[in-house]
Design a protein around this ligand. Structure first.
Ligand SMILES: [Fe+2]
Length: 345
């Protein structure tokens, strides 16, 4: 398997025992066209490493995931896209239902990635995990006041809750998991309560909600965990001061667990370089790539037993909702209708 050779080479390169150009020269020239909706600087290090040890040139096309999906669709059979990477199960579901992904059978991927973080038929795989957490103002909220996502609709949070637009996939995936847990009627009622509790009309992204809590515009916010980690490690002293006023809470620890979304990818149905595409997905599940994900963007590795960033390590382990990402991803379309109808814009 090309992948094992890669792991060996990676170790040599990291150990400084093997000069990169010599290694690359051993491989025939090959290419991989990667369409990615991820927008993290550290991802480039992943691509550089992969190219260095395999000799495969990665052509990166970066953009908004929804636009990339539309682009692959309009390119049709002539699309150069080999791999599509996105940052939400809902988007993977969209790509899958448009017929843009092809099944991959890989014992390595199936062994490394837990079942709930990959498509049941191998249409896509998750490579990192992102917990949707509650971040709260330490001086105004006690962790004892916090419990579940369901409780965010409780009138005790009236005018105190900050969250981005309901139409964003992070919220739609969360609502998709709530549909699976409680049904549609419950979720619409829940969203009505959330909308009533908002401290302001939704605006900005997750990190803006955290800054707003620190500024006193509200007391609690819903956010993906890595935005809080990013605030803590920010080069900007104002961000670090904001982070110092906040703390993290993992919801639903006493029942099904915290909602965990994935960043993942698929081999495009029309991939001209299928072998390289599969090999690249396997690389993303390797120890080396998982470490770069984990340490670079403060995400949780999908592979068990991997290193965590010091901040995530300090937060400690938590119970995850192990609902398959394919289930809540598929529920996102329905969730959008319910959340809108409930008045959460
Ligand atoms: Fe994000």
């Amino acid at each position: 398997m090309a992948f094992l050779r890669l792991t060996f080479c990676l170790a040599l390169v990291l150990a400084g025992l093997f000069p990169l150009p010599a290694l690359a020269a051993q491989q025939p020239p090959r290419v991989l066209n990667l369409y990615t909706g991820r927008h993290y600087d550290t991802d480039q290090r992943l691509y550089d490493l992969y190219s260095a040890v395999t000799g495969v040139t990665i052509n990166v096309i970066q953009g908004d995931a929804d636009q990339l999906i539309e682009r692959i669709r309009s390119e049709g059979a002539a699309s150069p896209a080999d791999v599509l990477l996105t940052v939400d199960a809902g988007r993977l579901w969209r790509a899958e239902t448009l017929g843009l992904c092809q099944p991959v059978q890989s014992d390595y991927l199936n062994r490394r990635i837990p079942e709930y973080l990959r498509h049941p038929a191998g249409l896509w795989y998750g490579f990192t995990k992102r917990a949707r957490v509650i971040v709260y103002a330490k001086d105004r909220v006690s962790p004892a006041d916090l419990s579940t996502y369901e409780d965010l609709a409780n009138p005790k949070w009236r005018g105190r809750l900050l969250v981005r637009s309901s139409s964003h996939v992070y919220n739609l995936s969360l609502a998709g998991s709530l549909i699976a847990a409680h049904g549609e009627e419950f979720v619409e009622e829940w969203a009505r309560g959330v909308a009533r509790n908002l401290a302001r009309p939704p605006q900005g992204g997750d990190i803006d909600q955290l800054r707003a809590v620190a500024a006193g515009l509200g007391d609690i916010a819903l956010s993906n965990h890595y935005y809080f980690a990013r605030l803590i490690t920010s080069a900007n002293p104002e961000d670090r001061a904001a982070a110092a006023a906040l703390d993290i809470f993992f919801p639903n620890q006493l029942d099904r667990g915290t909602h965990v979304n994935i960043s993942g990818g698929c081999v495009v149905a029309t991939a001209p370089n299928r072998a390289e595409a599969v090999d690249f997905l396997e690389f993303l599940a390797s120890d080396g790539a998982q470490a770069i994900f984990a340490l670079g963007n403060q995400e949780y590795p999908v592979v068990a037993g991997q290193l965590l960033s010091p901040i995530l390590d300090r937060w400690g382990p938590f119970r995850e909702d192990t609902l398959n990402a394919a289930v809540f991803g598929a529920n996102t379309a329905r969730a959008l209708i319910l959340l809108n109808r409930a008045g959460w814009r």
